[in-house]
Design a binder for this molecule. Sequence first.
Ligand SMILES: [Zn+2]
Ligand SMILES: [Zn+2]
Length: 233
Amino acid sequence: MKPNITTIPITDLFSETEGCPICRMYRMLEEQYTEYITGAAMMAPDVRVQTNKTGFCHRHFSMMVNNGPRLSNALLLQTHIDELRKKVFPKKLTDAPDKKMLAAIRENAHTCYVCDRIERDILHLLSTVYVQFGQDEAFREQYKAQDFICLDHYALVMSSFNKKAMDKKSAEAFFEATNALSKGYMDTLYDDVTHFTTMFDYRNAGGDYKNSKDAIERSVRFLTSYPVDENLK
Ligand SMILES: [Zn+2]
Ligand SMILES: [Zn+2]
């Protein structure tokens, strides 16, 4: 099925509180899109035209390869590789590639069909979040109850904020809640990381770690939007 953001229940997403809600939104969309690309979209020529051009980032290639049918992945790669090789190499092996070819390689490393789609969808979803925050007291409480909003998504939520979505008083409440979820959480991280370092002082031997034991992992997750990748060694 083609991902349809209008059916995505914002309140369901916010009824959970673990981690960053925008990361959850992102995760849900990338699961839907990667499944769609190697599934129903195989029959959609317009999508193939796009994916041949942009390709995918490492994360989304990985999701497609790990979850999608082998044949779909091979077919997608076949046409993408073919389009790309014609664009980025000189005709004769004895020729140097021109600037345009090299630029196309650099560009290809940063383009991803799934990332592009999600970026657009997230903005639509956020516009619903703003409206809901302004109108729905229960949703406002759900929003405030989140663990945190990661740093990158703090920038996203604040930069795409639309003044027309709510009245001035609600906007103040929105900024207060969002700042608390990011700045407030970051302050806690600082304290926890600091406390953790003091536990290495011999004078604190046997002392209480409090909430600092996973401060490193939580900090990486907040700063990068992703948990530490245990496969990378
Ligand atoms: Zn996030
Ligand atoms: Zn991607």
